[in-house]
Design a protein. Structure first.
Length: 440
């Protein structure tokens, strides 16, 4: 599987300090010492760094003793860059207009316009393994993530637990003095660790992140999420009726983290891992976002597929020689969708499209904060468009993806009947009342 991502790099600062950037170390007798590993001013080959040696003089009495704090450790250059890693969930290569698709993604386009874009990003095609591989830089099977955590087993490579022998990038960066935070979806904690009493070593805060705000599972409601702050389960700060939406909440929390970092520890660069639960199901977004795409997909998915292919070739995302594969015989053609089902199928697509644009818009709030704080020129922004490709969990289109995930048989007619009878019809799609996903 390959999925594109875009990287935006500003500044050319190295992470590790050189002598000119390090505070002068003064020995116990007042002598100037050059920066070295032994005096704690340069990083050792292994983390964590040892405690700094004492510079105090201990005499036989307090009067003859000298209290002297060692100089502050500065293992990083003064201009070490901040790092913002953004990753969406279950978005397809052909969805974003940045890559020739029909859905407006202004933040992704903003990153591409100012940096370097790549169209080959290897994924594992499922959530936990891709995330574990990305955060550790290792093959997912080497870090116990050969499968999603809910399907873990005792076989090597499938335990669902990142071993202590594999450090995450957050663990390494925090060891060098970075402020680190993760927001949104985690999905790398074993399910038998999800207790108030832990263990917590495979929570984000046990794997190098000093702060976490999000959810630990593979998915959650965007309106009524099962939130965690660090290791503590919490409730959302306000209700769906008051306008709550999870992706907006975590974006606001990320902005808050940046402001706190600048106000309290401006000498420390930050690393933010921003991984919303969107656009994984359920597809939850206010109707005003979905309404922007009303009528956009009325010609059916084959025509949209052909248009996207042509745009991607014209934009250079795929080679001129690339040939569009024929639709597999097992795939449903738009002409085979009964007329009575089409309004339902179209609204599912419109809701998803609005959900993706809404998600990308939240990323823009973080980019805007970098601009406000004059941090953009010294921040490495990596926007991974998706951990996987587009999801197939919606099967034939559904008002609740859990029907598919639990192998509960149902027909489209039955779902439309329930949607109309119990929830008011198509207007309920995208709301907290249902957990809808498009036809896949």
């Amino acid at each position: 599987m390959v999925r594109p991502f875009a990287a935006l790099a500003f500044g050319a600062a190295n992470l590790v300090a050189s002598g000119a950037d390090v505070a002068v170390s003064v020995g116990p007798r007042g002598e100037v010492e050059p920066p070295s590993v032994s005096n704690g001013q340069l990083p050792p080959p292994n983390l964590p760094m040892p405690d700094l040696p004492s510079h105090s003089v201990v005499g036989p009495t307090l009067k003859t003793s000298v209290n002297r704090w060692p100089p502050k450790r500065r293992p990083l250059r003064a201009d070490a860059p901040n790092i913002l890693l953004i990753m969406n969930d279950d978005s397809g290569f052909g969805h974003s207009d940045t890559f020739g698709g029909p859905v407006h993604t202004p933040s992704l386009s903003r990153v591409v316009a100012n940096g370097i874009a790549y169209n080959r990003f290897h994924t594992t095609a499922i959530c936990s393994p891709t995330r574990a591989a990305l955060l550790t830089g290792r093959n997912s099977h080497f870090v116990g993530a050969g499968q999603i955590t809910e399907a873990a087993s005792g076989f090597p490579g499938y335990t669902g637990k990142i071993p202590k022998s594999a450090a995450t990038v957050a663990k390494v960066l925090s060891g060098y003095g970075y402020d680190t935070a993760a927001f949104g979806k985690w999905h790398n904690t074993p399910v038998n660790h999800l207790f108030r009493t832990g263990p917590f070593d495979n929570y984000p805060t046990g794997l190098g992140f000093s702060y976490f705000y999000g959810f630990l599972a593979g998915e959650t409601s965007q309106y009524e999420p099962r939130l965690y702050e660090n290791t503590n389960p919490i409730e959302p700060p306000y209700t769906p009726e008051e306008g709550y939406h999870l992706t907006e909440d975590i974006a606001a929390q990320a902005v808050k983290f940046i402001r706190n970092n600048r106000a309290l520890t401006p000498d420390r660069p930050f690393f933010i891992y921003f991984a919303p639960g969107a656009t994984h199901g359920p597809h939850h977004v206010n109707a005003k976002w979905a309404d922007k795409y009303r009528g956009k997909f009325d010609a059916g998915w084959e025509k949209l597929r052909n248009e996207t292919y042509a745009k991607q070739r014209a934009m250079g995302w795929i080679p001129e020689t690339a040939e569009l594969t024929p639709m597999d015989a097992t795939m449903t053609k738009w002409e085979d969708i009964p007329e009575r089902h089409r309004a339902f199928q179209l609204r599912l697509m419109e809701v998803y499209a609005g959900f993706l644009e809404h998600t990308d818009t939240q990323h823009g709030k973080i980019l805007d904060e970098l601009d406000r704080q004059n941090l953009t020129e010294n921040t490495l922004v990596i926007y991974v468009y998706a951990d996987n490709g587009a999801s197939a969990e919606g099967l034939q289109g559904t008002i609740t993806e859990l029907l598919a995930e639990n192998s509960i048989p149902s027909t489209i007619d039955q779902q439309i009947e329930v949607l109309t009878r119990d929830f008011g019809g198509l207007s309920a799609l995208g709301s907290k009342a249902v957990d809808n996903m498009y036809h896949s």
